[in-house]
Ligand binder design. Sequence first.
Ligand SMILES: Nc1ncnc2c1ncn2[C@@H]1O[C@H](COP(=O)(O)OP(=O)(O)OP(=O)(O)O)[C@@H](O)[C@H]1O
Length: 309
Amino acid sequence: MAVPEDAGAPAASSPAAQDERIPSVIVSHVDIRYRIYGSPKRPEETDEEGAVRRLLSRGGQAGLGVQEVHAVKNVSFVAYRGESIGIIGRNGSGKSTLLRSVAGLVPPSSGTIWLGGRAALLGVNAVLQKKLSGRDNIWIGAQALGLTPAQVRRRMDDIIEFADIGDFIDLPMSSYSSGMAARLRFAISTAVVPDILIVDEALATGDEHFRARATERIEQIREQAGTVFIVAHSRKRINQLCTRVLWMDDGRLLGDGRPSVVNGLYGRKYGRHRQVWKERYEQIERVMTEQGPEAARELLRRWEPEGNW
Ligand SMILES: Nc1ncnc2c1ncn2[C@@H]1O[C@H](COP(=O)(O)OP(=O)(O)OP(=O)(O)O)[C@@H](O)[C@H]1O
């Protein structure tokens, strides 16, 4: 689907302003493929037949059953400092994979990613240990982000205050609710203002109060000329938080531009808008047959007064 030309230009007001924009991430022709080992069930076979086939073919070539998922397909874009970029797309469209790759967690199978600073992915489970307390995890997590022990000591109170989980801070993380864990991760990963912050749906958890504080923190990072990437399923949140939206569809970058433009196109393809128009189309067909074209036009004018009917 074509995106209007001006949709790709973020809010730079003049050519001079455009020239001053500093790239923070350059993604060039990136492909990401996952290899899954294990032979899949064929559509036509029963579970038992599949199990027997896999058993018989073990050790042979067919038994290797390597499958490939092409999660990101030839994606290119440039992100600039000061931008907050939302990633939208249906489940499995490659949003997380792309951002995990920008964070350095998944290597591209081909293509290049250039980073103009340090990237931090919010909610990095790997560095947080469920058996340890929140406080211990702050020690580990903040040092993993590059703080020295003295810096962690100085910032400890601020991080705890931001996480806002009360006495749970000294209990093992295994006792936390998902919202509490998300708060702690958010507090740790934004303790150091990263040049590039990647937020993967962490804002979906937590209460309204925490969401407001998290939004504020994201704004702060953006103002300090960092770049923020956000995967969120709510288009309303993306509209509130982002200056630009990338639309992933089946691994491809289908749209790139202002939130209102890209969200609008996405909504037309998958959203309620499409459903509404499907129903309207049927109604129009009926009115056309029963009452003629003028009555149909009248109906269209009522639905979309600005349309050229
Ligand atoms: N670790 C993995 N191993 C194998 N395949 C994976 C892995 N992670 C993701 N995939 C596959 O890659 C494709 C893209 O997944 P990804 O999680 O990036 O999409 P997404 O747009 O973030 O989805 P969602 O909105 O559901 O989180 C999917 O087909 C998914 O099944």
